[in-house]
Design a binder for this molecule. Sequence first.
Ligand code: FAD
Ligand code: NAD
Length: 479
Amino acid sequence: MSEQFDVIVIGAGPAGYVAAIRAAQLGLKTACVDAFAGKDGKQALGGTCLNVGCIPSKALLDSSRQFHNLTHNFGVHGITADNAKIDVATFVGRKDKIVKQFTGGVAQLFKANKITPYFGTGKLLGPNKEPGNNVEITGADGAKQTISATNVILASGSVPIELPFAQFDGKAIVDNAGALDFTEVPKRLGVIGAGVIGLELGSVWKRLGADVTIIEALPEFLAVADADVAKVAAREFAKQGLTIKLNAKLNKAEVKKDGVHLTYTDKDGEQNLVVDKLLVAVGRRAYTAGLLAEDTGVKLDERGRIVVDEHNHTGVDGVWAIGDAVRGPMLAHKGSEEGVAVAEWIAGKAGHVNYDTIPWVIYTEPEIAWAGKTEKELKDAGIPYKVGSFPFAAIGRAVAMNEAIGQVKMIAHAETDRILGVHMVGPGVSELIAECVVAMEFKGSSEDLARIVHAHPTLSEAVHEAALSVDKRAIHKGN
Ligand code: FAD
Ligand code: NAD
């Protein structure tokens, strides 16, 4: 008889491993199946996020930021260093150590919570005579075994979208994983897609000296963000020397001896560009290859995502799905919260995910962060609103840090004053957004934030002043 569990999670990314831990905390006998192998060929738990996503990209962003500050920004503080150099092997090696620390950390957490890890590809099998669900696991050597559980949580994540005319070869044309592992700074880096990955990884290599050109299909820059935030970001990226071509359609990418030859069309007609490396970052798609036997009854939508209801249930008895593999933003914290909620629903408790207050952060310089609705979304929906904003240029701490760029913009309902959206670009906004998310989660008003004491001098005063500005009573600027 196959080994029996209460819960089997397929996928150990931030959605799956968090679901497994929460299920185990709730006293459920839990297994987690994951196929991801690290650079040493051994199982590396943590999925895209820990291995080739959030954590390694932030490690490289931080190292490259230190280098850029040393070579460009420290002079104003009276600090100079001659002949500053970057050793790419150490730079990438530090990132690898951090990845290992965190993937190993998940293995430790599994041990501490008595979760059984399986290394291999998990496939949900169709209905059988016994109650419960069966999962077939295929190891790297092809060996198969079957385990069973009352509940199966599908958390198979996502993979990069590949363009047919610019296919990944892992050397010259790369995805996010490749761009985290360059062995030298490319002299000329081409990026297709001015989205989150293109901007973050484009910034990393630009700061180390690469000549970076980003080709974006849409006519508008960073269309997902609030227009005021996108405007400031576009201006700052241009100052940093990131070349962003909007309304540009890639036609061809050919790998030749002297580099990757790109042909794209923009408003001025057909253009040519030769780069040493090409990062294709045009979005990600849900990954379900080999996950489902034909007769499971689990449905996929037109974009290949697993169909779920508002409780992340697939409609098949005991089968749930979470994270990048289902609808909603492809963010680690969104997947993790779904994982917690599903484990709690399985245990008969009240799970909760509020999709209206999920924060977004882009870890560029300046950072970009937001939660809730953009001004355009509110305008389109005909919702009456009022806006307050405050620039970091008038924040003492930001000026003292020499990082007085950007602003906080707060949007509240015109009648109830309830906060509907907060949009930030500037120093430390990845942390500042949390306060606004708390306020929004508690259905707070701009007046609530305006009446809260904020420490002086801190960057958080920009949030306070933006809240005051909604009611035209900011202290340190004209209203
Ligand atoms: P994944 O992390 O993709 O994990 C899925 C796991 O399931 C993988 O290990 C996969 O191997 C395994 N798997 C799939 N199918 C099977 C199967 N059949 N059997 C066994 N195992 C299987 N998000 C943020 O919130 N903040 C960030 O700063 C951020 N930065 C990012 C930077 C980059 C470069 C990238 C690429 C992504 C970034 N993201 C970020 C997005 C984030 O990584 C994803 O939203 C998150 O990893 C999704 O989690 P998940 O658990 O749903 O899937
Ligand atoms: P994205 O959706 O953020 O950006 C893709 C960009 O490529 C878009 O601007 C799109 O218009 C453009 N594009 C699409 N097809 C194109 C084409 N043929 N030619 C030129 N441009 C084209 O996707 P991404 O940057 O690949 O990242 C994938 C996802 O990973 C993100 O949406 C996000 O959910 C997640 N992520 C999050 C973070 C973070 O939270 N800081 C960081 C990295 C990735």
